[in-house]
Design a protein around this ligand. Structure first.
Ligand SMILES: C[S@@+](CC[C@H](N)C(=O)[O-])C[C@H]1O[C@@H](n2cnc3c(N)ncnc32)[C@H](O)[C@@H]1O
Length: 264
């Protein structure tokens, strides 16, 4: 059955990012502080700065597609960017606005609104930077969403995205053996296993290798890709007895996050 955007919307409205893992009321200061800690244990602040280069977008226009609870967008805003966010769910837009309000972060002229990555409510050539972290593999037509991001980017502007990697330890190890031995996953298809990373009822997740992603990004003048993140559960059960430092040595080759930058 063809996946509809409303199925995606319904899932994320019910399951805002990491909400079930944070034991605080959604949208409170305590919730955001715990979320930040959780996020920064996966992607350190220094890594995030080197990835996004926030200060270089001071006084520039930045769009975050699928802004979730506003974590990334708020980093651009704190460094002086004019920030715009869209998300398919009202819940995410409300959460992001609360984050900006509670921590008194300025939009610098921008705003956050409900919108669909596949038909962005912006003119061509509007933004200096478009980012979308962990979002576009969840939308029904990922290629259309990449094309839209390209359209609203100014010539010379930079796109930054995060997808999931096919050539990853999680896919090659867990998803190849888990369905035979892990009690929670027995009998699940590869697609269901990938979807389950964001919750068992997540209607869509996708994995890509470098070649597939380069094909999807072929309109861009120049692209750069690399991988990151191996957590212990991704090499179940052996990962639990290995030091994290050892797993980190393999993240550039076998990490689950596929980071993609493109210049228009
Ligand atoms: C895994 S979360 C990532 C949130 C955020 N980018 C971050 O890095 O924290 C995925 C987000 O994408 C949003 N989303 C999914 N499909 C979308 C679409 N077609 N258009 C806009 N937002 C979408 C969801 O509502 C959810 O907030």
């Amino acid at each position: 059955m063809e996946l509809k955007i409303n199925d995606v919307k319904a899932f994320w409205n019910e399951n805002p990012l990491c909400a079930s893992g944070i034991n605080e009321e959604l949208g409170t200061k305590e919730y955001f502080l715990k979320y930040n800690n959780l996020r920064e244990s996966n992607e350190s602040v220094s890594f995030s700065y080197s990835l996004h280069e926030y200060p270089s977008f001071k006084n520039k226009k930045v769009l975050d597609i699928g802004c979730g609870n506003g974590y990334i967008l708020s980093q651009y805003a704190k460094e002086g960017a004019e920030v715009y966010g869209i998300d398919i769910t009202e819940t995410a837009v409300e959460l992001s606005n609360k984050r900006f309000d509670i921590f008194r972060i300025p939009f610098n002229g921008g705003k956050i609104q409900v919108g669909n990555a596949e038909s962005l409510p912006f003119d061509d050539n509007t933004f200096d930077c478009v980012c979308s972290m962990g979002v576009l593999h969840h939308t029904p037509d990922t290629q259309q969403a990449i094309n839209e991001a390209y359209r609203v980017l100014k010539p010379g502007g930079r796109m930054i995205m995060m997808f999931y990697a096919k050539d990853s330890l999680l896919n090659k190890w867990n998803f190849s053996i888990l369905k035979y031995i892990h009690p929670k996953y027995i009998g699940m298809s590869r697609q269901e296993l990938v979807n389950s990373v964001d919750g068992l009822k997540n209607p869509k997740g996708d994995i890509y290798n470098y070649g597939e992603m380069a094909e999807m990004m072929k309109k861009f003048k120049h692209i750069h890709m690399f991988k990151g993140l191996i957590q212990k559960w991704m090499m179940w059960p052996i990962g639990y007895i290995l030091p994290q430092g050892l797993l980190n040595l393999f993240e550039k080759k076998l990490g689950w996050f596929l980071y993609v930058k493109g210049w228009k």
